[in-house]
Design a binder for this molecule. Structure first.
Ligand code: ADP
Length: 447
């Protein structure tokens, strides 16, 4: 087992990883930018190294600084968390060269799944259903229009390097094509340094359902069931739950088997997520695979009773998995608490938290790095906490979530809590009746 793990991340996920390491008797090294000096992950780790200035490109994205920090502290592994360098093939490769174990996917895996157009081809070959669309990248507007006329509008243009819902544009007809193409290219170029696009049929009102998998270095892959992440705003997840209200055991087994087949076809090792869209006929289509731990992993932990970070560390250390699949024993919901004003178009609201009280009680979990007196830097993601509840049934989980949200006090900044409270009261949400377009029709003005 590893003796010391450096965590190449910040915020709640850095803290989350430190917690598991402590329970496993593994020492931890935190890295931080000058803007994060007062962050909890810095205080709770055994050691901490400053790796640069506030901008991510000067700190959390600087591979040489991270490697130096690992070398001077004698860390034998690096956990990248999510975001930043978690799916960066170069980082995974450099760690390898320096004989530091990267707790994540190999450079080959990251390359094969990180490029979404290639990933789709790979999955198709493994027999996993994919959304009809371009066979790889689209070279020009004309080629795109030709494909669209074949598969029928609406279509969606997507960045092959995409993530976080960026670089995507829906196109309803030929006339809209050029503008959507230009916008998607510009946004993906600016966000990912790669403006290549692919195209697929835009499915009307599907659900976003993803399967958590884990593979070991013996080529064995198992799944830990699904998460429903259909509650999204601008293609970004706000609420996730497991199990999905739209799921039945037959579909779960079918989607689980498809996810495993896809992952096994590339010899996948580590924790990963295979994302699908599921239509009203319960037909499912592969969308993308994430080769890292996801933000929403705690709901899977709550329903299967596995510590996914621990499992990740174990398979990275060469310990084999049981080979069984795991099914939900509970119902869990996660609400992302962002420092944003839901009344003003979710405008970021960084600043100082003047007063703070976390909810508690049976079945309530808060994963967060903030505290009273903490100043949220404007440089990073606006997510400041994840509120996770679990209960025996979905109905109980929704009631518990509302109760916990009402107990949650954050003063000094605006947050998404009022939005979540309203959502928990929504009749359709309560009935489990929603798709990815649910929030398009949501009345945010009366929050
Ligand atoms: P990212 O990696 O940026 O999160 P995804 O490929 O996972 O991008 O897509 C994000 C979201 O965009 C999905 O959850 C879904 O809501 C929407 N989306 C993506 N592709 C399609 C499609 N073909 N049809 C309908 N919605 C889609």
């Amino acid at each position: 087992m590893f003796k010391k793990i450096l965590i190449a991340n910040r915020g709640e996920i850095a803290l989350r990883i430190i917690r598991t390491c402590k329970e496993m008797g593994i020492k931890t090294v935190a890295v931080y930018s000058t803007a994060d000096k007062e962050s909890l992950h810095v205080r709770f780790a055994d050691e901490a190294v400053c790796i640069g200035g506030p901008a991510s490109k000067d700190s959390y994205l600087r591979i040489p600084n991270l490697i130096s920090a690992a070398e001077i502290t004698n860390a034998d592994a690096i956990h990248p968390g999510y975001g930043f360098l978690a799916e960066n093939a170069e980082f995974s490769k450099v760690c390898d060269e320096y004989k530091i174990k990267f707790i994540g996917a190999s450079p080959e895996m990251i390359n094969s799944m990180g490029d979404k157009a290639t990933a789709k081809k790979t999955m198709k070959k493994a027999g996993v259903p994919t959304i009809p669309g371009s066979d790889g990248l689209v070279a020009s507007v004309n080629e795109g229009k030709k494909i669209a006329s074949k598969i029928g509008y609406p279509v969606i243009l997507k960045a092959t390097a995409g993530g976080g819902g960026k670089g995507m544009r829906i196109v309803k007809n030929d006339n809209e094509f050029q503008k959507a193409w230009d916008d998607a290219r510009m946004e993906s170029g600016a966000s990912f340094g790669n403006d290549a696009l692919y195209l697929e049929k835009f499915l009307i009102d599907p659900r976003h359902i993803e399967i958590q998998i884990i593979g070991d270095n013996r080529g064995r892959v198992c799944h830990l069931s699904e998460r429903d992440c259909s509650i999204q705003r601008r293609h970004q997840k706000l609420v996730e739950e497991s199990p999905s209200p739209a799921m039945n055991q037959k579909l779960r087994e079918k989607m689980g088997a498809a996810a495993i087949a896809g992952a096994e076809s590339i010899g996948y090792e580590g924790a990963g997520t295979v994302e699908f869209l599921v239509d009203k006929n319960r037909d499912f289509y592969f969308m993308e695979m994430n080769t890292r731990i996801q933000v929403e992993h705690p709901i899977t932990e709550e329903v299967t009773d596995f510590d996914l970070i621990k499992e990740q560390i174990k398979v990275a250390a060469g310990i084999k998995i049981s080979g069984n699949n795991y099914f939900p024993k509970m119902h869990a919901i996660e609400c992302r608490i962002n420092a944003e004003d839901p009344k003003k178009g979710f405008r970021p609201s960084p600043g100082k938290i003047t007063n703070l009280h976390f909810p508690g009680g049976h079945g309530v979990r808060v994963d967060s790095h903030v505290y009273a007196g903490y100043t949220i830097p404007p440089n990073y993601d606006s997510m400041i906490a994840k509120l996770i509840v679990s209960a025996q049934t979905r109905e109980e989980a929704v009631v518990r979530m509302k109760r916990a949200l009402q107990e949650f006090v954050i003063e000094g900044i605006k947050t998404t809590i009022p939005f979540h409270i309203k959502l928990m009261d929504d009749k359709k949400f309560r009935a489990g009746d929603f798709t990815i377009s649910f929030l398009d029709k949501f009345d945010f003005s009366s929050i």
